[in-house]
Ligand binder design. Structure first.
Ligand SMILES: Cc1ncc(COP(=O)(O)O)c(C=O)c1O
Length: 391
């Protein structure tokens, strides 16, 4: 008799993440790690000072399940100030252990085996795992780069992905890993389909402030009819460069928040007590902070994208987020995974093969992802090392 596998078949496809594998390779080869998307400098001191004071001041026990009041109020103010959306801080906001927990809790709260979740590929890797843990099945719609260098989807493919079993649509904009910022007309099409098929929309907006070139982030919840069916998720990690604090949140109508809270209370119950008042201060920072952040990241995008082009890559320059996608086919291969595995030895740089973010592997096998929220000197050093590829 073959012994029963330890890991449930639901999770069998999720082995070690590519990030762990590539980070170990980076350490072993002393490479510059542009694989994982986190900043290598701290966020604003006026934010971290609040966390330090909170720890020293005895702010160290379980916070309330739904989050500390000052953070919930700050989230509501931020939603109104930037997106013109109104939420009740006591009934329509839930603080979570990062956006990751919010996404997982939403899947566990809304989905059953037999349900389907529609999302776009390439996708942030926790989506597939969260959908699988809920017992639901994912159906993906591919984002493909067009001649304009931007990523697009076919509305007919989205329509075809929606079946009577579809429970919800999981949308990420600004989008990791492509850097796509969904346009108003595209969002209207998505909203129309959610309304037509009575779908819940779960929107991951962790890069809401990282939009470049004067572009516009538009929450799906702001479209007519969508506020009642949208679960809007964000977190403080990317906006304030404190990814390790894992302060996330959900904003939605009370019945949606209540369902998610039911799952969330048995995942972590609560987290990040002393960091919650700090993120509240961050959300209330002046416009100069938020504008400065996107300007700074835009300059880093340009620095890395320009360097990669100079080395010989075809580059898809993102409209937002932390990531640049490059095509390896100009290096006589269409195997991005093999390219990334060899890159540390060849050039002392780590990137991530985008294929891991696709179900339809052929769509992304030739693409690789570099993260640019790094000090300019590190980006320059990485580009310099990559010059070895020209030899
Ligand atoms: C699209 C997307 N969603 C969610 C997360 C995770 O957010 P958090 O750290 O708040 O859990 C990330 C982090 O890389 C991400 O890229």
């Amino acid at each position: 008799m073959t012994p029963r596998p330890l890991l449930t078949p639901r999770l069998a496809e999720f082995g070690e993440t590519i990030f762990a594998e590539m980070s170990a390779l980076a350490l072993r080869t002393e490479s510059i790690n542009l694989g994982q998307g986190f900043p290598d400098t701290d966020g604003p001191a006026e934010v971290s000072d609040v966390a330090i004071a909170a720890i020293s001041g005895g702010y160290n026990q379980y916070p309330p399940l739904i989050g500390v009041p000052e953070l919930r109020h700050a989230i509501v103010e931020h939603q109104r100030r930037f997106w013109g959306l109104d939420f009740n801080p006591d009934r329509e906001v839930l603080v979570t252990a990062g956006a990751t927990e919010a996404i997982a809790a939403a899947m566990l709260a809304f989905c059953d085996p037999g349900d389907e979740v529609v999302t776009f590929e390439p996708y942030y890797d926790s989506y597939a795992a969260s959908i699988a843990m809920s017992g639901a099945t994912r159906r993906v719609v591919t984002l493909r780069p067009g001649d304009d260098g931007l990523y697009h989807f076919e509305i007919d493919e989205l329509r075809a992905a929606i079946t009577p079993a579809t429970r919800l649509l999981l949308l990420n904009s600004p989008h990791n890993p492509t850097g796509k910022v969904f346009r108003r007309d595209e969002l209207q099409q998505i909203a129309d389909l959610c309304l037509e098929h009575d779908l819940i929309a779960v929107t991951d907006e962790v890069y809401e402030h990282l939009v470049f070139d004067g572009g516009e982030h538009i929450p799906l919840a702001s479209f007519p009819g969508m506020a009642d069916r949208t679960v809007q998720i964000s977190s403080g990690g990317k906006t304030f460069s404190f990814t390790g604090w894992k302060v996330g949140w959900v904003c939605a109508r009370p019945e949606l928040v209540t369902a998610i809270r039911t799952a969330k209370q048995f995942l972590t119950f609560v987290n990040a007590g002393p960091f919650q008042p700090a993120i509240a201060v961050g959300l209330r920072l002046g416009d100069d902070f938020f504008e400065g952040l996107s300007a700074e990241l835009q300059a880093k995008r340009d620095r890395l994208a320009c360097g990669l082009r100079d080395v010989g890559f075809d580059v898809y320059s993102p409209e937002g987020t932390y990531f640049v996608t490059a095509d390896v086919r100009s290096f006589d291969t269409d195997d991005g995974r093999a390219f990334c595995l060899a890159l540390p030895e060849r050039a002392g740089v780590v990137a991530v093969p985008s294929v891991v973010f696709y179900d339809n592997k052929h769509e992304g096998s030739h693409l690789i992802r570099f993260a640019f929220p790094k000090q300019d000197s590190l980006l320059d050093a990485a580009v310099e090392r990559l010059q070895r590829l020209k030899a």
